[in-house]
Ligand binder design. Structure first.
Ligand SMILES: [Zn+2]
Length: 357
C-alpha cells in the first residue's frame, strides 16, 4: 500500500519575534489569536448557524483527544462537542451493574436497535462482561445516536469511530443516521511516528488522586522531586487539590508500544482506507517535521522540548536542562515533534478552507 504523504505545514509568521509559553492557558489563547485569529473568527461566525462532523483518525495515543479538546477550548466550547466512543463503551460496565440505568438502556435499545445479533444475546454478553469484544457496530451506532441526541445539535468531533475496517462504510452514512443530514462531514487524519508514541508511553506518569497524566521527559509539572534511594526524579501534581501528590508510572508502561502493536497496525490500515475514500473532504495533520526544515516552518517554542535533570548533593537542589527533543520518524528521518497548539493551528486553517469560509 502506498504511504500517505502528510504535507508539511508552516505556522511561522515572518518578521516577528513574539514568543509564547504554550503550556500556560492564557498565553496559549494569545498564541492562537496571534497565529489564527482571522480563521477563529470565521469559524465562530460559521458555528452560529451551522455545524460539522469531524471523524478523528490516528493511531492509539496519537493525541486525537488532546487536539479536539484544544480546538474546542479555543474556537467555541458552547457549540462544539468532543465525543469519545471508547469512553462511551467503557462506561457500559457501570451501566450494566446499575439496575435502573440498565433497564433504561434496554428500553431504549428495544426501540432503536436494528442489527444482525438478537438484542437478548447482546444483553446477555453485556452481563457476562465480555462486551468489549462482542459489541456489534449496529449497537455502537444506536448508542452514539442516543448520546449525541442528549448533547443537542452541536458541531462534533468523533473520536474512536470508525474503529475497525468494517465500520468505515458506516461512517459514510453516519450523519444521516444521527439526523445531521446537511452538515459537512470531514475526516481528520493524524500522523504521529511510532517512536513518539513509544516514548510518550514510556515516560508518562499519572497522579493517583486526579488521574492527570504528565511526562517526566516531555511534559513535567512545576515541582519536581528526587528520590535518593532509587536515584530517580519524579513529578508532583500541579493540581492544588492534590497537595503535591507524587505522580506514578503505570505498570506495563515501560514496555512502550509493544503491547499495542497489533492495534497500531490496525489503526494504520484504517488510516490508509479512509485516505482512499472519495467524496468526503480530508484534513491531514502531522505531529513531526524534519529537523532541517524546522527553521523555515516553525518557531522554536512550538517544538516539544525534552527535559533532563541532575541532583546537586551540596546545595540539595535539582537542576533542569531543556533542549528540543529529536526523534526518528517512521521513515527514519531525524525530526522534531510539535507541541499540540501548532497542530491545532494547522487544523483551524485547513478546516476554514474545507468549509470555504
Ligand atoms: Zn492530581
Amino acid at each position: 500500500m502506498k504511504k500517505i504523504d502528510f504535507p508539511l505545514f508552516k505556522t511561522k509568521i515572518e518578521g516577528t519575534n513574539r514568543k509564547f509559553d504554550l503550556t500556560d492557558f492564557n498565553e496559549r489563547q494569545e498564541y492562537f489569536q496571534f497565529k489564527a485569529g482571522t480563521e477563529i473568527k470565521k469559524l465562530r461566525r460559521y458555528l452560529e448557524k451551522n455545524t460539522f462532523i469531524i471523524y478523528l483518525l490516528g493511531k492509539k495515543n496519537s493525541g486525537k483527544g488532546t487536539y479536539a479538546k484544544m480546538f474546542r477550548e479555543v474556537v467555541d466550547p458552547q457549540k462544539i462537542e468532543h465525543f469519545s466512543v471508547g469512553d462511551m463503551v467503557r462506561s457500559f460496565d457501570a451501566i450494566v451493574k446499575d439496575r435502573s440505568r440498565k433497564k433504561e438502556l434496554i428500553n431504549f435499545l428495544e426501540e432503536s436497535y436494528r442489527g444482525h445479533l438478537p438484542l437478548s444475546q447482546i444483553i446477555k454478553s453485556m452481563e457476562e462482561r465480555s462486551i468489549k469484544s462482542l459489541l456489534p457496530t449496529e449497537l455502537v451506532l444506536a448508542l452514539i445516536k442516543k448520546e449525541i441526541a442528549k448533547k443537542g445539535c452541536k458541531a462534533l468531533f468523533i473520536d474512536g469511530f470508525p474503529r475497525d475496517l468494517d465500520q468505515v462504510s458506516y461512517s459514510l452514512f453516519f450523519r444521516d443516521l444521527i439526523g445531521y443530514r446537511d452538515d459537512p462531514d470531514i475526516f481528520v487524519l493524524i500522523d504521529v511516528p511510532e517512536n513518539v508514541i513509544d516514548e510518550r508511553i514510556k515516560c508518562r506518569v499519572v497522579c493517583p488522586l486526579c488521574q492527570t497524566s504528565r511526562s517526566v521527559k516531555l511534559l513535567p509539572t512545576k515541582k519536581i522531586g528526587y528520590d535518593k534511594t532509587k536515584k530517580e526524579f519524579y513529578l508532583l501534581c500541579d493540581n492544588p487539590d492534590c497537595r503535591g501528590a507524587r505522580m506514578k508510572r503505570k505498570e506495563g508502561d515501560e514496555l512502550g508500544i509493544e503491547p499495542i502493536r497489533a492495534r497500531l497496525e490496525k489503526d494504520n490500515e484504517l488510516l490508509q482506507k479512509t485516505f482512499s475514500l472519495y467524496g468526503i473532504p480530508k484534513i491531514l495533520l502531522r505531529n513531526c517535521l524534519p529537523v532541517e526544515k524546522a527553521v523555515e516552518l516553525v518557531d522554536d517554542y512550538e517544538i516539544t522540548p525534552e527535559y533532563n535533570y541532575s541532583w546537586d548533593e551540596k546545595t540539595k537542589k535539582i537542576a533542569i536542562f531543556k533542549k528540543p527533543w529529536k526523534v526518528y520518524d517512521d521513515s527514519g528521518v531525524c525530526s522534531y515533534s510539535l507541541m499540540p497548539p501548532p497542530v491545532v493551528v494547522s487544523l483551524i486553517k485547513q478546516l476554514t478552507d474545507v468549509l470555504n469560509l
